[in-house]
Design a protein around this ligand. Structure first.
Ligand code: XMP
Length: 494
C-alpha cells in the first residue's frame, strides 16, 4: 500500500511503529549518529530547532539549542521597524562562544581605567586587549588590573605589557593553541601578524567549551550558529540586511500561509538582494506549496499548517493538513534527497519526534515543548492551584506560552496581515495564550529527547538516524500501524 494512502488524514497519535530486530549495543546519544540537514547548506548534529516564537526563542534559548547540537530561530515578534532588539539577540548568541575571537574588545593604552571598566561592564568581557596605532598589540588588561585603582589612571600603567605575555605570531589552530596554553599555563593567547598587529584572541574558556560540547552547532570561527525569522512585508528586507550583518547563519521567511502571492513577492525581492544567504521559507502543508517554495529559491521548507500547540488556525478557519500527511506529501514532492524539510509543530510528546523525522522532516521545530523552561523568555508568575488529592491550594510558578498569532502577540507588535487595525478587539487572532508550569532547563528537556530518539532508532532496527530514515522510507509498510480508538487508549491512558 502506498504510504500516502496509509497516512491520509492522519497525524502523530494515529500511528504506531512495529519494532524490528535491534542492532545497537547502547542507546547512547554520544555514540549514535543523530545528524541531519537543516537546509541545503547547513547540517546539525541533533535534529531539533526551537520555534521562532516570542515566548520560546530569544538568545538564551538559542544558545542552549546550539550548544546541544540543534539551532534556535530568534522570533520576529518585535514591532515593525524595530529591528535592533532582534539583532541584539543574534549578536548575544554569536558572542557567547568562540574558537578564535577575530575582533576582541580592545582599548588604547592612553585611555583612563574608567573607560576600560565601562567597556567591561557593557560587554560582559573580563579581559581587554590593549592596542596602539595600526592595532599593534601593546598588552592585556584584566578585571584584576582595574580593581580598587583610581579610575583616572591610564590603562597603560596597569596592563600586562606585550613583552611579558605569551603571544602567537601567524595562523594557528584551536588544538595548537590548547597545547601552548597548557605548556605555558596561560588562559589568554593573543594572536598577531608579522608586523605585530592584533589578529585575534583565544581564551581557555572557549577551548574548554569546545571540548565539553562536541556536538555544538558552530560556524567556521567556532561561534554558535543561530537563525532568525523575518516576515514577508514591511521592514523584512532591512531586517534581513541587519541580521546578516550581525552574523546570522540562516534566515527563516516565516508567514502563516507560505503558499501565497505575498510570499512569492517577498522571496523574489529577498533573492534579488541576498542571492547567497541561507533561507528557509514557510509554512506550507501540501505538495504544491512545497514545490512553490523550492522553485522560488528556498534552501529549506518549513512544513506545518495548524498543528502547533498554541495555534487555533484549524478551529478558526477549518484549513490545515494533519501533520503526518503534510510531511509525507511535501517529502514526496521534494524527493527523498531533495530540499530539507523542517517539520514545524504538533510535537506533544517525545515519541512524535521520530515520527516527524521518518515521515518527511529532516529536523523538527518545537515550540510548546520548550514552554516554561528556564531559558524561555518571560516572567514567572505564581498562581494558586488546587491540588486534586488534598484539595489544598498551593502556589505554582507558571510561564506564558503564546501563539505568534494570538491576540497578545499581535497587539504587542501590531503586525497584522490585515491592514485594518482599527478594531483591536477583532484582530482575527489564530493563536492561544497558555500558562505552562515553570520547569527546569531546556537542556534537560533536549537531552531527554535525544535519549528517547536513540531508543526509537534501536526499536526501529537501525544504528543511526539517517539509517532509520532510509530503512523506513524503503519499507514504510513494515513499520506503520494505524491505531484504532482502543489502541490509542492503550497507548495513552494511564
Ligand atoms: P508546537 O506544537 O511545537 O508548534 O508548539 C510550534 C509552531 O506553532 C506555530 N505557531 C502558530 N500557529 N497560530 C498558528 O496558527 C499561532 O498563533 C502560532 N504560533 C506559533 C509555529 O509554526 C510554531 O513554530
Amino acid at each position: 500500500m502506498d504510504l500516502i494512502d496509509l497516512v491520509r488524514g492522519a497525524t502523530f497519535d494515529d500511528l504506531r511503529f512495529a519494532p524490528r530486530l535491534s542492532v545497537v549495543e547502547r542507546r547512547d546519544p554520544s555514540s549514535i549518529d543523530l545528524s541531519c540537514r537543516l537546509s541545503e547548506h547547513l547540517t546539525l548534529a541533533r535534529p531539533i530547532v526551537s520555534a521562532n516564537m516570542d515566548t520560546v526563542t530569544r538568545a538564551e534559548m538559542a544558545i542552549v539549542l546550539a550548544e546541544e547540537g540543534g539551532i534556535g530561530v530568534i522570533d520576529r515578534g518585535f514591532r515593525d521597524g524595530d529591528i535592533e532588539p532582534q539583532v541584539r539577540e543574534v549578536e548575544i548568541v554569536k558572542r557567547t562562544q568562540h574558537g578564535i575571537i577575530a575582533d576582541p574588545y580592545a582599548i588604547a593604552a592612553g585611555a583612563p581605567l574608567s573607560e576600560a571598566v565601562a567597556v567591561m561592564a557593557r560587554s560582559g568581557v573580563g579581559t581587554l586587549v590593549v592596542v596602539g596605532e595600526g592595532r599593534r598589540l601593546e598588552g592585556l588588561l584584566s578585571e584584576r588590573d582595574v580593581r580598587f585603582v583610581d579610575p583616572a589612571v591610564a590603562v597603560g600603567e596597569r596592563m600586562t605589557p606585550a613583552d611579558r605575555l605569551v603571544v602567537h605570531r601567524g595562523p594557528i589552530t584551536v588544538d595548537e593553541a590548547e597545547r601552548i596554553m597548557v605548556a605555558r599555563k596561560i588562559k589568554k593567547l593573543p594572536l598577531v601578524d608579522e608586523r605585530g598587529a592584533l589578529t585575534g584572541l583565544i581564551t581557555a574558556k572557549d577551548i574548554l567549551k569546545h571540548r565539553q560540547m562536541p556536538f555544538a552547532t558552530r560556524d567556521a570561527q567556532g561561534r554558535l550558529k543561530v537563525g532568525a525569522a523575518i516576515g514577508a512585508r514591511g521592514d523584512y528586507l532591512e531586517r534581513a540586511a541587519e541580521l546578516v550583518k550581525a552574523g546570522v547563519d540562516v534566515l527563516v521567511v516565516d508567514i502563516a500561509h507560505g503558499h501565497s502571492a505575498v510570499m512569492e513577492r517577498a522571496m523574489r525581492e529577498f533573492r534579488r538582494r541576498f542571492p547567497d544567504v541561507e533561507m528557509i521559507a514557510g509554512n506550507v502543508a501540501t505538495a504544491e506549496g512545497a514545490r512553490f517554495l523550492a522553485d522560488r529559491g528556498a534552501n529549506g521548507v518549513k512544513v506545518g499548517i495548524g498543528p502547533g500547540g498554541g495555534c487555533t488556525t484549524r478551529i478558526n478557519t477549518s484549513f490545515g493538513v494533519p501533520q503526518v500527511q503534510a510531511l509525507v506529501e511535501c517529502r514526496r514532492a521534494l524527493g527523498d534527497d531533495g530540499l530539507p524539510i523542517v517539520a514545524d509543530g504538533g510535537v506533544r510528546r517525545d515519541g512524535n519526534i521520530v515520527q516527524a523525522l521518518v515521515f518527511g522532516g529532516d529536523s523538527v521545530m518545537l515550540g510548546s515543548a520548550f514552554a516554561g523552561t528556564t531559558e524561555s523568555p518571560g516572567e514567572v508568575v505564581q498562581k494558586s492551584v488546587l491540588l486534586p488529592e488534598s484539595q489544598k491550594p498551593v502556589a505554582v510558578p507558571f510561564k506564558v506560552l503564546r501563539g505568534m498569532a494570538s491576540l497578545g502577540a499581535i497587539k504587542d507588535r501590531l503586525d497584522v496581515e490585515d491592514d485594518d487595525v482599527a478594531d483591536l478587539q477583532a484582530l482575527g487572532a489564530e493563536g492561544l495564550e497558555i500558562s505552562v508550569p515553570a520547569r527546569g532547563s531546556a537542556r534537560t528537556v533536549l537531552r531527554d529527547m535525544f535519549k528517547h530518539l536513540c531508543s526509537a532508532i534501536s526499536y526501529g532496527g537501525a544504528s543511526s538516524l539517517p539509517e532509520l530514515v532510509r530503512l523506513f522510507r524503503a519499507h514504510p509498510e513494515q513499520y506503520v500501524i494505524r491505531q484504532t480508538d482502543a489502541a490509542r487508549r492503550e497507548s495513552y491512558e494511564r
